[in-house]
Every structure is written in structure tokens, then in C-alpha cells.
Design a protein around this ligand. Structure first.
Ligand SMILES: [Zn+2]
Length: 67
């Protein structure tokens, strides 16, 4: 499970909630705080969450499949 509770760095305008996010891991080291603090989600976390939730899962595979 890569999704977790939100955290943010005091040095960034965004929050993270995915442990696979490279920016989030850096933020976890430098000045990490719990919660979103009213910030918007980091774009990398947003993408990772879409992939892990399955909503961005290979639409081309469906298109390729014969009816
Ligand atoms: Zn992130």
C-alpha cells in the first residue's frame, strides 16, 4: 500500500500522500509535518494515486481488445 496519510514540507507549496513520490520522500527528510496544511496535492502524488487506484490503468489495452 503506497497511499498513506498526507504530509508536507514547510519548504513546499504542496502536500504529499504517496510514499512512492520522490519529492515526497525528500520532503519527508527536510522539515516534514503531518497533514495537508491546506496545500494542494503534489502532481507526482496525484499521478501515482491515479495509477495505484486503477483509474489510469492502460486504456489502450481495452481499445486493442476485439469486441
Ligand atoms: Zn508528492
Amino acid at each position: 500500500m503506497s497511499r498513506t496519510v498526507p504530509w508536507h514540507s514547510v519548504h513546499e507549496p504542496v502536500y504529499h500522500n504517496n510514499t512512492l513520490c520522490s519529492g515526497g520522500r525528500a520532503a519527508n527528510i527536510a522539515g516534514s509535518r503531518d497533514g495537508s496544511n491546506g496545500k494542494r496535492i503534489c502532481s507526482e502524488c496525484e499521478q501515482l494515486n491515479l495509477i495505484s487506484s486503477g483509474s489510469a490503468s492502460t486504456p489502450t489495452e481495452f481499445a486493442r481488445r476485439p469486441a
